[in-house]
Design a protein around this ligand. Structure first.
Ligand code: SAM
Length: 336
């Protein structure tokens, strides 16, 4: 079966990387049919339920669909293709479309040909239909699919740090936090460490998808605040303690993954330590506690610091992210 992931386009590289990492974590074999900034289409023999479940983890995908076909945006072409791709499931239908291009389009030129073919001998119901046909319109192409699951992205807005019981402006957006956790390829019940956990924003997103979490921070108030947050969200599987990065190896065993956002000296303290020295100590100690083949996703404030990690770990990819007008963060993905 072919599946289409409609990507959020909030970032150039993260949405695709997030889907690939989730597929890998779930050990799903697939072939890539098409990959661009709007959609990722894969082919796999895996059961639909397993693919559908990915929607519970993903942050930067809007929908997971069954892919039927794609063609140029012309009513005639859409109709011709739709004839070749009949819907096998029984039940009522609704036809919806999403225009992801900047072009203004005549929606009827998309909906009409699909309706002619797919609503023939079927009931059309707009609320809770059995089958939802989706036309995704991009600059050059229309992708036609059947909805499998919409990702609940509202939850991430609701968990922004200002709505959590412990607030500090240092926390990154939950959507970004979840995607970074996903990029670390951790499975349910595996252990993820954030040794600069701050308010616990990354740990929270990991804990909510069933990952065992360990967090530490040099500031006692951060640990106390993180504990309040974990309890508020009913996360049980956590260990939180106050520690300098240099001491964590004495306190924990090996972990499956590390996801962390290093301090950058303005809003977040380095306790007066030179940033280069702190980052070097961080990489050394993270590498020490990380299992062989484990991934470390690390937020850095400066592009030049990426190489420091390569002393201890293998660099896989880098995603840059504009946090404010003047601040670009780099999320480097390493493997042990
Ligand atoms: C960018 S913030 C982390 C934000 C976090 N991801 C969140 O969601 O709130 C970096 C954290 O590193 C901590 N920190 C600074 N120096 C440290 C050190 N030497 N060892 C451990 N933690 C340290 C700071 O107290 C701060 O909470």
């Amino acid at each position: 079966m072919r599946y289409l992931f409609e990507l959020s386009k909030e970032h150039k590289t993260l949405p695709t990387s997030e889907v690939f990492s989730c597929l890998k974590a779930e050990m799903i074999n697939y072939n890539i049919i098409e990959s661009n900034e709007d959609v990722l289409i894969i082919e796999t023999i895996e059961k639909e339920d397993k693919i559908k479940k990915l929607a519970d983890k993903l942050a930067l995908t809007f929908f997971i669909d069954e892919f039927l076909f794609s063609c140029v945006s012309s009513a005639e072409k859409i109709k011709k293709k739709a004839i070749d791709y009949p819907i096998k499931k029984n039940g009522s239908v609704a036809i919806r479309y999403r225009n992801r291009s900047d072009n203004t389009i005549d929606s009827q030129s998309i909906v009409q040909p699909l309706a002619e073919i797919y609503s023939n001998k079927r009931k059309v119901i707009l609320v809770k239909p059995d089958i939802e046909i989706r036309g995704i319109i991009t600059k050059s192409t229309v992708y036609v699919c059947l909805k499998i699951k919409e990702v609940n992205r509202r939850q991430f807005e609701q968990r922004k740090v200002q709505y959590r019981p412990f607030f500090s402006p240092i926390s990154i957006h939950p959507k970004l936090a979840r995607s970074l956790v996903n990029i670390a390829c951790v499975k349910k019940n595996e252990v993820l460490l954030d040794p600069f956990c701050g308010t616990g924003g990354l740990l929270l997103e990991a804990g909510l998808i069933g990952i065992k979490i360990i967090g530490s921070d040099i500031e006692k108030k951060m640990i106390e605040g993180s504990k309040i947050t974990m309890d508020f969200y009913k996360i049980n599987n956590y260990e939180l303690f106050c520690s300098d990065i240099g001491d964590i190896k004495k306190k924990i065993g090996k972990v499956d993954a590390v996801v962390t956002d290093l301090p950058y000296g303005k809003a977040t303290t380095t306790k007066g330590e030179d940033i280069k020295q702190l980052y070097d100590r961080a990489f050394k100690n993270i590498s020490h506690v990380l299992k062989q083949q484990g991934k470390a996703v690390i937020g850095l404030s400066n592009k030049d610091m990426i190489y420091l990690g390569e002393k201890y770990l293998t660099l896989i990819e880098v995603h840059d992210f504009r946090a404010h007008r003047s601040l670009i963060r780099y999320f480097a993905v390493y493997q042990k």
